[in-house]
Write a protein that binds this ligand. Structure first.
Ligand code: NAP
Length: 287
């Protein structure tokens, strides 16, 4: 029940209405009997400053931010967590006594979701396809968690060199060797995959208009020592996951990452654990 004391949390993105976060957080509030509500708000860079200021004005617990605001929002915050600083993007804001603190729970959420499946990150050789916002978040966190080496594949376009420099900095700060290669370099990919423990698809190849496509040209490069993680959760099984499973290879979608990034935000706002298993069952029906 909404009361006079109900606290507000929410989601600032555009588009916002498709998000599963309201369902996830409202279920968790109701599980704990917390008098709070989570709403989705259409926010982009035209109204982001006012929206962020409203966190203080309306005494909100905090918000999640998503596209196109994850980097732009940095300008309006008082403090950043170390991983948000390194990633250069924020997906969660915590309101503490008029101060707004930015966190990035995407990478940590991904790492928790991998650990939940029984696969380690520490001392593992990891190949990441794509180098966008999600890839940066997971690479930083996996480097912080002690991955043995991370190799990233990205198209050779205008953002290649700046990203190469960025990952050199992340490598220096974390001590984890990180290399960026041209996505078109199939022989290098074959070599890296042959030695890898984890393959992560952080491109959007496998969803929307690309749902019938595969992010690697030759599925025979997959092998039994590899676990496959696709950050896509809708469809629940991308072609990559289907092909991996056909070969008897363990393969997981991005629902775990979505739930755990939300669970960490929930912990930051409420200091309570999200009932992850209940929420997974509900979300599986939605995607
Ligand atoms: P993004 O910033 O737009 O990055 C997309 C990446 O995919 C870029 O590196 C892009 O390459 C690459 N890419 C796209 N089409 C390609 C193609 N045909 N060939 C090679 N590379 C291609 O997107 P994002 O926010 O990082 O999201 C990436 C994926 O993760 C999406 O599928 C998204 O749904 C998923 N995601 C899941 C969660 C979760 O909670 N499970 C959270 C965030 C994102 P260029 O750099 O060369 O353009």
């Amino acid at each position: 029940m909404i009361s006079g004391k109900t606290k507000l949390t929410g989601f600032f993105a555009k588009p916002a209405s498709h998000s599963l976060s309201p369902l996830m957080h409202n279920l968790a509030f109701s599980h704990w009997g917390i008098d709070a509500v989570y709403l989705a708000f259409e926010v982009d860079q035209t109204n982001l400053r006012q929206a962020v200021e409203s966190i203080r004005t309306l005494d909100m617990l905090g918000v999640n931010v998503s596209m196109p605001n994850k980097t732009a929002v940095l300008a309006y915050l008082d403090q950043l967590s170390p991983e948000a600083e390194l990633i250069g993007a924020v997906n969660t804001i915590v309101h503490q006594e008029q101060r707004l603190i930015g966190y990035n729970t995407d990478g940590m959420g991904f790492v928790r979701s991998v650990n939940e499946t029984g696969h380690p990150i520490k001392n593992q050789k990891i190949v990441v396809l794509g180098a966008g916002g999600a890839a940066k978040a997971i690479v930083v966190q996996m480097a912080l968690e002690g991955a043995q080496e991370i190799t990233i594949y990205k198209r050779l376009n205008a953002t290649f060199l700046p990203l190469k420099e960025y990952f050199v900095k992340v490598s220096e700060k974390t001590g984890c060797p990180i290399r960026l290669h041209d996505y078109a370099d199939e022989s290098q990919l074959a070599l890296d995959l042959s030695q890898a423990n984890l393959l992560i698809n952080a491109t959007d190849i496998g969803m929307g208009s690309k749902k019938d496509q595969l992010p690697i040209a030759d599925v025979k490069l997959l092998h039994s020592q590899l676990a496959v993680f696709d950050l896509i959760y809708s469809p629940s099984e991308t072609r990559l996951i289907q092909e991996a499973k056909k070969m008897g290879i363990k393969a997981y979608n991005g629902l775990g990452m979505l739930i755990h990034q939300g669970a960490i935000a929930f912990e930051l706002w409420t200091h309570r654990e999200m009932p992850v298993q209940n929420i997974r069952e509900q979300l599986e029906q939605e995607v």
